[in-house]
Write a protein that binds this ligand. Structure first.
Ligand code: AMP
Length: 291
């Protein structure tokens, strides 16, 4: 496994790979790797000749006052995990090389980025502009056949798919299921911030989404979302948002048709902001009171 430190080196590598008949898979990460990242690396390994993992805590997707300076980092450990998962190249540039003096370009997806995590009361649309800009730069530098993202960040997945289609990136965007701890908590680098008490309480997030799914089958969507929110509040967690939307457009869901429904939640648990979601498939739930 080789570590690549600059965009220029990455471009040289890509030029060299282009001379060979190989497929390239990219897994973008901000490091502090866990089993969620590993599932993406494993899939990339299965599907490609060459696997590139990027390791970059992207400053432009953090709002002032967010956890950029304290975001958990352990490059040595990440490199060992990446090597164990069969990564060929880790692309780990410095912020100053990604955004050198004079850098002025932003890639922004409209609409989809203004709700949920993009609303002004959450991280704001600037968060996703940071994400789409860095992902566009990564897709451009690595030019992968496929890039792998997690359903854990469902809105991010929707926004990136939209951007890739709109800008005609030829990369296949693959979205993989959320990997969870045994008690259901979605794996996240930020779980490292949780005290034992907060870690225990955070299990209410996935439980509230399961509650939503089961009430939906009985009583419909509005009652289901209310029940999910109440479940969280009973655990002493006030969600930043708890909403049902259609996953492709992120329009509010009414739950009347057969379309899958994304129920997404963001919540601050003792100072740590956690997100999670569930996809409810109306066609696969038995509605006892469909009226
Ligand atoms: P991050 O390092 O948090 O930016 O995440 C890098 C990639 O891993 C993103 O595509 C995430 O959606 C994905 N990811 C993070 N947590 C999980 C998880 N628990 N299960 C599956 N994918 C995940």
């Amino acid at each position: 496994m080789k570590v690549i430190r600059t965009p220029a080196e990455m471009h040289d590598l890509r030029a060299e790979l282009r001379r060979q008949p190989v497929s390239v898979g990219l897994v973008p990460t901000m490091g502090y790797l866990h089993e969620g990242h590993n599932s993406l690396l494993r899939r990339a390994r299965e599907e490609n000749d060459v696997v590139v993992m990027s390791l970059f805590v992207n400053p432009t997707q953090f709002r002032a006052g967010e956890d950029l300076s304290t975001y958990p980092r352990d490059e040595e450990r990440d490199l060992a995990i990446a090597e164990g998962s069969g990564v060929d190249y880790v692309y780990a540039p410095e912020p100053d090389d990604v955004y050198p003096a004079g850098y002025s370009t932003k890639v922004e997806v409209e609409g989809l980025t203004e709700v949920l995590c993009g609303s002004e009361t959450s991280r704001g649309p600037g968060h996703f502009a940071g994400v789409t800009t860095v992902v566009a730069k990564l897709l451009n530098a690595v030019d992968p056949d496929a890039a792998y993202f997690g359903q854990k960040d469902a809105q991010q997945a929707t926004v990136i798919r939209r951007m890739a289609e709109d800008l005609e990136f030829r990369t296949r965007i693959e979205i993989l299921p959320t990997v969870r701890e045994r008690d259901g908590l979605a794996m996240s680098s930020r779980n490292a911030y949780l005290s034992p008490e907060a870690r225990e309480r955070a299990t209410a997030i996935w439980a509230s989404l399961l509650e939503t799914e089961s009430v939906f089958a009985e009583d419909g969507l509005d009652a289901a979302v209310d029940a999910g929110r109440r479940h969280l509040e009973m655990a002493g967690i006030t969600p930043e948002y708890f909403e049902a939307r259609y996953p492709g457009t992120l329009d509010p869901a009414d739950g009347e048709g057969e379309e899958p429904i994304l129920v997404a939640v963001a919540a601050n648990v003792d100072g740590t902001r956690l997100i999670d979601n569930i996809l409810i498939e109306p066609s696969r739930t038995t509605r006892r009171n469909p009226e």
